[in-house]
Design a protein around this ligand. Sequence first.
Ligand SMILES: Cc1cc2nc3c(=O)[nH]c(=O)nc-3n(C[C@H](O)[C@H](O)[C@H](O)COP(=O)(O)O)c2cc1C
Length: 339
Amino acid sequence: MKIRDIDFGKQPVFLAPMEDVTDPAFRLLCKEFGAEMVYSEFVSADALIRNVNRSLEKIRVQEEERPVAVQIYGRDVESMVEAARMVEEAAHPDVLDINFGCPVKKVAGKGAGAGMLKNIPLMLDITRAVVEAVKLPVTVKTRLGWDHENKVIVELAEQLQDCGIEALTIHGRTRSQMYTGEADWTLIGEVKNNPRMHIPIIGNGDIDSPEKAKEAFDRWGVDAVMVGRATFGRPWIFKEIRTFLDTGEHAQLSTDWKLDVLRRQIRKSVECSMQRTDCARKATELGGIIHVRRHLASSPLFKGIPDFKPTRIRMLRAETMDELFGILDEAAEKLRENA
Ligand SMILES: Cc1cc2nc3c(=O)[nH]c(=O)nc-3n(C[C@H](O)[C@H](O)[C@H](O)COP(=O)(O)O)c2cc1C
């Protein structure tokens, strides 16, 4: 699969853009395990053009994570064009992605993100203008439609393609669904099977196992899959999926190896936090710990350990690396007892 001249190979798997999750430390870890492209957190066009520190920090990319996409969102043509140019000049990502899928009220309620699904003409104007404004390949990430009665994606995909985008990511839910229910892949398949479509289609929604990723390729025919929530506390999912897609075998990853990955994730998160130059999240150990502790607490590695809840709560309250390492050691002990 290719986006312009970037060749992602066969059946690539991407890390989804996720606010407060996909910072450079996490992106690098996922890349190491096989994510063929990683995305920044979404960045507000308005904030970016006002030079808000936190937004400038969000668009920074590192050489080792390429190919990397930076994602922006906004609600008018001018600010989106200006932000797109800023991203191109300041960050030089490989791809510029536009978010027309964020369902949260503070974004969609103001007409940006998935809010744009209620104003398709403006969505298309923005897309066309951004494509014209930058030399980078421009891609879009969106949902099936605003609600059950307005699942417009099949026609919308053609319209977006006509604006000049070079790939389209579809999350198989409507805005009204937020994150509830199951992702519906049938319309993603319909877009992919539309003979008028020629740009790559990236399928997204509920991929949480190698089998589901394989089904997305085999049954729905997508060109790439994108994984979001299933990466929490499990960045090695990319290795699991890649191994299964390439060999049909399940990767044999030991519990000790996974615990080591989580320890490394803690260190990387703190390192990354210490390098921050903005003041939105303090450049401290605590900043990195706050960021990473939710990941650990939701790791599937600890599922099934009896009476794990108090340990999980302590993980969520930990404030230092040493504390978190100590809790992980305890969890490791419990895993051994439970084996
Ligand atoms: C915590 C969180 C933050 C997210 N932030 C973004 C974002 O910044 N941009 C975006 O396009 N989607 C965002 N999403 C949506 C994901 O990219 C993805 O579309 C969604 O989680 C469905 O995929 P999944 O079932 O694999 O998680 C976010 C999702 C979560 C859970």
